[in-house]
Design a protein around this ligand. Structure first.
Ligand code: NDP
Ligand code: 2IT
Length: 457
């Protein structure tokens, strides 16, 4: 389908999608991120479902937007000053058709039920794309890790697990990290789970190497995005070599993305946070990257500290998307790129956008990229490497065995290539591949078939 036909098809189908969305919005009032995630998927799936009435008759999409279970709970703990703190905890167990619930935990003050539902819905399709048997979930809390001591983080994690442990287990639901939750937090969560249940088991992924963690899990999301990018560029006879790339967040995903891009000969020239961005025309590498790796993940420090340390340009109050580039890769959080940012990127010659964060582009900006006919990779395909290696960690835990770094990296690369193949097989129209459509349909079919085979549960 040409890009002009893309937008025409969207208009013709708008009525069916609007009807569907009306019901979703009435049932989930005010949950804007959830509406956004469902709308993106429904726009691709409703025409497909029309051609495949068995999915329509079984009401698969209607069932998929209803979480199997939502757990919301109080987390009370005492900070270092002896003051009582109250946070809210969440776990949305969205879909277990193809495996135990699986997905990260996010600790950030912006966390709401809407974001948890949106991300667990995305996770269901993402996990299906990995080819591994994992259902979809997401959880977290509005706890703000910035400025907290190590002791406070531990006390919070223990209080959070005091409730969560009732609902998870290696064969029911296996959480992992996300924003604000890395190796340290997974350690404290695991320790508390073990104390409460007396079980040493693979209930979380992203564990420490010495106690059941997989090699390459910390690197997996960033490396996987780079592998997916290579596959996309190959379809245009291109490679990462010599390309100028913009990134935003500089946490787990952002820093290992930069590391792999450097290895492949590309140049990442920006990182950012809510306050502004750092511009480094020479590319973030060597000592600069080593410094950056710890800046957020270990020290929870702002992006400006990076500019100050190395005398780099700091642009206050602006987003990095105004810098001319070949490739844009948002690596921080949802809705980082809006229509205006997308217009600026296109105007400055950007010809590829790849979502590293979850839902970093608004639906309107995605449509603009698709209409412009540039390469565009949605998060559920591009960033699936993290959860894929989580799946491999589960496999290693079940076998009570560890694969080498090379073995895990090789499997990760194969999975990313496989996801790319799936996107092309469902999304290619003539010369153009609509990766959004490819990822949504391919992820959906496997879950839908499993739901039909398991009956009405
Ligand atoms: P980290 O906590 O390691 O890093 C998050 C980064 O994003 C930090 O630089 C943080 O800095 C920035 N950030 C967070 N919230 C905001 C905000 N509201 N506005 C601007 N910047 C923000 O998280 P990850 O690297 O793990 O996650 C990044 C993205 O990748 C998320 O969307 C996550 O869902 C997604 N993802 C993560 C995976 C994983 O395995 N960890 C797997 C797949 C996707 P600051 O708060 O100072 O702005
Ligand atoms: O968004 C994601 O895929 C993650 N945060 C990783 C989830 C996981 O279970 O490894």
């Amino acid at each position: 389908m040409s890009t002009a036909a893309n937008s025409l098809t969207r208009k013709i189908l708008a009525n069916d999608v609007d009807e569907f969305m009306k019901r979703v919005i009435i049932k989930n009032p005010g949950e804007y991120e959830f509406h956004q995630a469902v709308q993106e998927v429904a726009t691709c799936l409703i025409p497909f479902i029309k051609k495949n009435p068995r999915y329509r008759d079984a009401k698969i999409l209607e069932r998929m937007v209803e979480p199997e279970r939502v757990i919301m709970f109080r987390v009370s703990w005492e900070d270092d000053q002896g003051e009582i703190q109250i946070n809210r905890g969440f776990r949305v167990q969205m879909n277990s058709a193809i495996g135990p619930f699986k997905g990260g935990l996010r600790f950030h003050p912006s966390v709401t039920l809407s974001i948890m539902k949106a991300l667990s819905f995305e996770q269901t399709l993402k996990n299906s794309l990995t080819t591994l048997p994992m259902g979809g979930a997401k959880g977290g809390s509005d706890f703000d890790p910035r400025g907290k001591t190590d002791n406070e983080v531990m006390l919070f994690c223990q209080a959070f697990m005091n409730e969560l442990f009732h609902h998870i287990g290696p064969d029911t639901d296996v959480p992992a990290g996300d924003i604000g939750v890395g190796g340290r937090e997974v350690g404290y969560l695991f320790g508390q789970y073990k104390k409460l249940t007396k079980a040493f088991c693979g209930v979380l992924t992203g564990k420490g190497r010495a106690w059941g963690g997989s090699l390459i899990r910390p690197e997996a999301t960033g490396y996987g995005i780079s592998y997916f990018l290579e596959e996309m560029l190959k379809t245009k006879g291109e490679s990462v070599e010599g390309k100028t790339i913009l990134a935003s967040g500089y946490g787990n995903v952002g820093t290992f993305f930069i590391e792999k891009i450097n290895e492949l000969g590309g140049k990442v020239v920006t990182i950012s946070d809510e306050c502004g961005y750092v511009y480094d025309p020479d590319g973030i590498k060597g000592d600069k990257l080593e410094f950056l790796k710890d800046l957020w993940v270990v020290h929870r420090k702002p992006a400006k500290a990076f500019a100050d340390e190395f005398g780099l340009k700091w642009v206050e109050g602006k987003k990095p998307w105004e810098v001319p580039c070949d490739i844009a890769c948002p690596t921080a959080t949802q809705n980082e790129i809006d229509v205006e940012d997308a217009k600026t990127l296109l105007k400055n010659g950007c010809w590829c956008a790849i979502e590293a964060a979850n839902m970093p582009c608004t639906n309107e900006s995605i449509n603009l990229f698709l209409d412009a006919g540039i390469l565009f990779a949605p998060a559920k395909a591009a960033n699936a490497g993290g959860v894929a290696v989580s799946g491999l960690e589960m496999t290693q835990n079940s076998m009570r065995y560890n694969w080498s770094r090379e073995e895990v990296d090789q499997k990760l690369k194969q999975i990313m290539q496989d996801i790319h193949r799936q996107c092309v097989s469902y999304g290619k129209h003539g010369e153009y591949t609509n990766y959004v459509q490819g990822a949504n349909i391919s992820g959906f079919v496997k879950v839908a078939e499993a739901m039909i085979q398991q009956g009405l549960v």
